[in-house]
Design a binder for this molecule. Structure first.
Ligand code: FE
Length: 318
């Protein structure tokens, strides 16, 4: 979205996501043993994890909590100046909280909330991951060896959050944060915005805002990690089945985003997607794609329909 006639390009990408879990040991097992992520740090109730392709020291923070759900959603700015500019804009919008020292491996951080109340932050300084000897890849441009266990998710990709008022949150993301609007689902002849998919870069969407059918606020629909191909999504299905993990939907293909997906529930209750395919957006004046009741087809291009739980279940449950 434009500011002084120019698009805002102050956020580089989704930095990290914090998931809350009432079953920290089981959740850690799911992400490390089954998805193949690496634990790099521990601090009190939180474990810090990464995919083998992530350049940052960590991209997923798993925190023990009474209830499941999403904690902090963090964005990396494109520069120190960009961080200052976004902090000022958020402050001006009345949604700022404060400046903090920054989490493990991150520098000075500006904390705020989106209009629905999700905790967010922006930082610029980021320590790159330095693999210990036994995890060093022979590829000079790969931050870490491909894991020898589990699915082997490559990197953090996106998350979908629920909110009471999609337009308010979408407008905040566009006008204040500077995210680009990719796709929308709008029902009732253009009157009801069901969901909006947005990104800072060529990744189709880094965050989606979808209406919370229960009228709650601050909830998570799902968190998604990227794999390189469909075969790895199928391998995730085999690994989940062998280990008693509930597969809610897929492997199938979405119509919006074109993503090839499998959705499971990690032991703490959060919905986790293993994802590939998807379209990349390089067009600087990309025209938002809008789906209505007829074209939406329940979000599925081919494969089984998404179950009722996909519409009704989110974390924390209400
Ligand atoms: Fe997704």
């Amino acid at each position: 979205m434009a500011e002084n006639g120019e698009p805002i390009q102050d956020l580089a990408h989704l930095g990290y996501v914090e998931l809350l879990t009432p079953k920290p040991d089981e959740s850690l097992w799911y992400f490390t043993d089954l998805l193949g992520m690496e634990e790099v740090h521990r601090d009190g109730p939180s474990a810090y994890l990464r995919g083998y392709g992530d350049y940052a020291a960590f991209t997923l923070k798993l925190t023990e909590a009474k209830q499941s759900g999403v904690g902090t959603i963090a964005w990396r700015a494109t520069s120190a100046q960009a961080l200052e500019r976004r902090a000022q804009a958020i402050e001006g919008a009345g949604l700022g909280i404060d400046w903090a020292d920054g989490d493990y491996s991150k520098g000075r951080t500006y904390r705020f909330r989106d209009p629905d109340g999700h905790a967010m932050e922006i930082y610029f300084e980021q320590e790159k991951y330095a693999a210990p000897e036994h995890l060093r890849s022979t590829l000079r441009n790969l931050p870490m060896k491909f894991p020898t266990r589990g699915v082997g998710v490559r990197r953090n990709d996106h998350l979908a959050v629920l909110c009471q008022d999609v337009p308010a949150n979408r407008e905040f993301a566009q006008n204040i944060l500077g995210l680009h609007l990719r796709e929308q689902v709008i029902f009732d002849n253009g009157a009801t915005e069901i969901g909006s998919w947005m990104s800072n870069n060529a990744i189709h969407h880094e965050i989606a805002y979808v209406v919370d059918v229960k009228g709650a606020s601050g909830r998570l629909h799902h968190y998604a990690m990227w794999v390189d191909n469909r075969e790895e999504v199928l391998r995730a299905a085999d690994i989940f089945m062998d280990n008693g993990i509930f597969i809610e939907a897929g492997p199938s293909k979405h119509n919006n985003s074109q993503g090839f997906y499998i959705y499971s529930y990690e032991p703490g209750g959060n919905r986790v997607e293993v994802y590939t395919g998807g379209l990349w957006v390089f067009d600087p004046d990309f025209e938002t794609v809008v789906w209505d009741e007829e074209t939406r087809n329940g979000g599925v291009h081919w494969g089984a329909a998404l179950p009722e739980s996909f519409l009704n279940y989110a974390t924390p449950p209400v």
